[in-house]
Design a protein around this ligand. Structure first.
Ligand code: ADP
Ligand code: MG
Length: 338
């Protein structure tokens, strides 16, 4: 089929008539693909999502689905479903009735079967008759997802759907959601400020800043090859070292590049008092500042030899100085100019 899935072409959206919220965004979501738009708060994510849904007029550009320009297609005729951070369940209806909401017109047996299948998909077997008030936050969002999936939307639009939930809960939840989207072969566009959400759910990630897309890539490619320092910084790399600084710490980079230290890019060298440069272990000392106890390790803020602050994990309570080394695979080279 020609032009299968969603095509956003040079979409421009203003708010209050003259202020730019989405500044020429182009992206595709193929049938069955999950694409995440990842950007800081205020970068234009919700506005873009609302424009795709048809809730926000385009000042320029096109939104096309399966080859059909949606300019004249009403919101309700697009076959899209939008799911928000607060799942907005109907508190007075049971779980099953919430899930069945968008398929009320199906014959009863078919409807019940579909509800049960979806509850199974989101790992809520046996929840059909539960009251909404008895659900945890994670359960409620899974019910909201099942309800969104029930009508088999051509496109599911998700606005920060799980980022309000607490961390411990989210890891498993994101796994369940990822599976559910795949099992149902749902085509989805997710917008979020949350890296974990984007990396766990998306086949491809589009990084948005100030209403413009900075890079679109698979999660793996994005992480290993951020297109600019800005993208790398947003993903959690930093501090960034200039060429001579990186070299002094054992990593060669090209002219015009900087080295971004990843979250695991600095490693404590616990074993030996003597830190000697060698190809295997280019160790150096850093000054230790604030420390924080975490599960099974201590997180220390340290000052690198050139003055930048970085974080390092260590097993033992560090003294004033700590031996560390850069882990080349956990650092990225990015263009210095960007
Ligand atoms: P995000 O979802 O990424 O946080 P939004 O799409 O909500 O971003 O907003 C993008 C930008 O447009 C922000 O700077 C926001 O303040 C502004 N904006 C969007 N809609 C309005 C509005 N109705 N009134 C005022 N500012 C708005
Ligand atoms: Mg938003």
């Amino acid at each position: 089929m020609m032009g299968s899935g969603l095509e956003v072409r040079n979409a421009v959206v203003y708010y209050e008539r003259t202020k730019l919220a989405v500044d020429g965004v182009s992206l595709d979501v193929a049938r069955g693909e999950v694409v995440a738009v990842l950007g800081a708060s205020g970068s234009g994510k919700s506005t873009l999502l609302r424009a795709v849904a048809g809730l926000e007029p385009l000042a320029n550009g096109r939104i096309v689905f399966d080859g059909v320009d949606l300019a004249d297609v009403e919101v309700s005729k697009r076959g899209f479903v939008v799911m928000f951070q607060e799942g907005q369940l109907f508190p007075h209806l049971s779980v099953a009735r919430n899930v069945a909401y968008g398929i009320r017109d199906l014959p009863r047996a078919e409807r019940e079967q579909r509800v049960n299948e979806l509850l199974h998909t989101v790992e809520l077997d046996g929840y059909a008759n539960r009251a909404i008030s008895t659900l945890s936050g994670g359960e409620a969002q899974r019910v909201a997802l099942a309800r969104s999936l029930a009508p088999n939307p051509r496109l599911l639009l998700l606005d920060e759907p799980f980022s309000a939930l607490d961390r411990a809960l989210r890891e498993h939840l994101l796994q369940v959601v990822s599976q559910a989207l795949r099992l149902t072969r749902t085509t989805a566009l997710l917008v979020t400020h949350d890296q974990d959400e984007a990396f766990a759910l998306a086949d491809r990630i589009a990084v948005l800043a100030d209403g413009s897309i900075q890079q679109i890539a698979t999660p793996d490619h994005l992480w290993r090859h951020p297109a600019s320092r800005e993208v790398a910084e947003f993903l959690g790399y930093g501090p960034f070292l200039e060429k001579p600084e990186a070299k002094a710490l054992g990593i060669e980079i090209a002219d015009g590049e900087v080295l971004g230290i990843g979250p695991r890019g600095l490693e404590a060298v616990e074993a030996h008092g003597q830190l000697l440069p060698s190809p295997q272990c280019f160790g150096f000392y850093v000054v230790v500042g604030e420390t924080r106890h975490a599960r099974g390790y201590i997180d220390a803020v340290v000052t690198l030899p050139h003055g930048q602050q970085a974080r390092v994990r260590t097993k033992n309570e560090p003294d004033l100085r700590l031996g560390v080394r850069l882990v080349p695979e956990e650092c990225v080279r990015v263009s210095a100019g960007a």
